[in-house]
Design a protein around this ligand. Structure first.
Ligand SMILES: C[S@@+](CC[C@H](N)C(=O)[O-])C[C@H]1O[C@@H](n2cnc3c(N)ncnc32)[C@H](O)[C@@H]1O
Length: 426
């Protein structure tokens, strides 16, 4: 089956998406067509289960659902879980979106909701504006999610694709309003210095923007050509370094977190602030657990022979690099990345049925002048864990993350990262 898979370029082309999918832009995602071509050419029966352990914006689960497969996805970032759930909303719900958005915003400024003093939304918004945004969010929560769950985790699990759609509409509004605090780096959002610089937006403007956004989403969903059965899509918060599921998947299609010193939670700071009422962990804790975290691990990690020769050679060269902080901060954060990836690949293999296949999209990177050949490293790690590598396709890309961190250009003569699609059999 692996030889006949249709593997196109995994790089998202700018403005290549349209309609419903436009509402879920994610700088780290692969294109929907890439996922569909693979799944369609896999020849798997419709009873097959497709799984993405790093589901992000849910491209795999969405593509699988469109093709009639049962699909599962997990991601550590709850924001991305809501995005992926909203993406799986059934077209039959489109007519209810705009009336629901109007009802959620009706007389919102008369609600006596007072934002908490330590509400993270107040990093960007003044109190009046924060009150309105929090009031809409709390209406979504009380009306569409319910407050009768045993705990916050159970409440989060209850958020349906329909409810998630309104969270995504509100994410978009917050993202648009905080645009003045963004830079060209998609993962960074600054916070204003001092109260005067905080954003002030009238309740009327926020409510009308929210209704307009929800209406646009409803129109796009109405025009989408696929009928999805949300009951066959399961998307949850999960940590690949810890999850223990066995014999679930017939096919895994995924892209693990990059090893480019990018904090995945920073890209969704304002969204995480918005849903802080639903979370048990703060952004710092979440950021520490992320693979590719920029935080120094709080335990001592030793390299393992199971990580493979390429990884160990790279770590040696990194530790002896003469640039500042190489043997300290950078060595430790790279150890953290490889240790988490090794545990995750092990758990990923356990989650697969016998003879199932896993397809991973992996990008290489550079640390200063040192090539960090992540595709080869993860390939060796997977083989050491028991996978059989069956196929690899490399795609040379422009516009990688290297372009974002201009200082790293000094060390690399090209900004063209290699993105590899590696295919394994259990
Ligand atoms: C490269 S992105 C996946 C993008 C996805 N293929 C798409 O099309 O949107 C990697 C994802 O891994 C998630 N992640 C990072 N550490 C994780 C962990 N320990 N467990 C589960 N997900 C994690 C990040 O939140 C991020 O969404």
């Amino acid at each position: 089956m692996l030889d006949s898979l249709v593997i196109g370029s995994p790089k998202r082309k700018k403005n290549s998406q349209s309609g419903w999918t436009d509402f879920f832009p994610y700088y780290a995602g692969f294109p929907e067509d890439f996922a569909k071509n693979i799944l369609q050419s896999s020849g798997l029966p419709s009873s097959a289960v497709i799984f993405d352990p790093w589901n992000g914006s849910g491209t795999t689960t969405y593509a699988a659902a469109q093709l009639g497969y049962a699909s599962c996805g997990i991601d550590l970032n709850p924001v991305m879980v809501l995005v992926a759930r909203a993406r799986s909303l059934a077209r039959t719900e489109a007519d209810s979106i705009a009336p629901q958005a109007k009802s959620l915003t009706k007389d919102v400024s008369r609600l006596a909701i007072k934002i908490r003093e330590n509400d993270p939304l107040l990093q960007w918004f003044d109190v009046e504006t924060g009150n309105v945004i929090r009031a809409i969010e709390s209406r979504i929560r009380s009306r569409l999610v319910g407050t009768d769950a045993a705990d916050l985790r159970a409440q989060f699990d209850k958020i349906s694709c329909f409810a998630a759609t309104f969270y995504v509409a509100l994410f978009t509004i917050c993202r648009r309003l905080t645009a003045p605090y963004r830079s060209s780096n998609p993962t960074w959002l600054k916070t204003p210095k001092g109260d005067e610089a905080k954003l002030t937006i009238s309740a009327k403007d926020i409510c009308s923007a929210f209704v307009a956004q929800a209406t646009c989403m409803a129109d796009a969903l109405q025009k989408s050509s696929f009928l999805i059965d949300p009951a066959r899509v399961k998307i949850a918060v999960g940590n690949t370094t810890e999850f223990k599921v066995s014999g679930l998947a017939d096919l895994i299609l995924t892209s693990p977190p990059y090893c480019t010193r990018i904090d995945y939670t920073a890209a969704t700071r304002v969204e995480l602030a918005l849903i802080s009422t639903l979370l048990t962990e703060n952004r710092d804790d979440l950021s520490r657990q992320m693979i590719g975290s920029i935080k120094v691990p709080d335990k001592i990690i030793e390299p393992s022979i199971f990580w493979g020769e390429t990884c160990l050679k790279f770590l040696d060269r990194l530790r002896s690099h003469d640039s500042k902080a190489s043997k300290g901060y950078y060595y430790k954060t790279h150890l953290d990345y490889f240790e988490k990836m090794s545990r995750s690949i092990y758990n990923m293999r356990a989650s697969m049925k016998r003879n199932a296949i896993a397809i991973m999209v992996v990008q290489d990177s550079y640390y200063k002048d040192l090539h960090n050949d992540v595709p080869t490293i993860l390939g060796e790690m997977a083989e050491n864990i028991g996978f059989k590598m069956r196929r690899r396709e490399d795609f040379i890309q422009g516009n990688s993350f290297l372009g974002i961190n201009s200082r790293s250009r000094i060390y690399r003569d090209t900004s063209r990262a290699v993105e590899s699609v590696i295919c394994f059999e259990k």
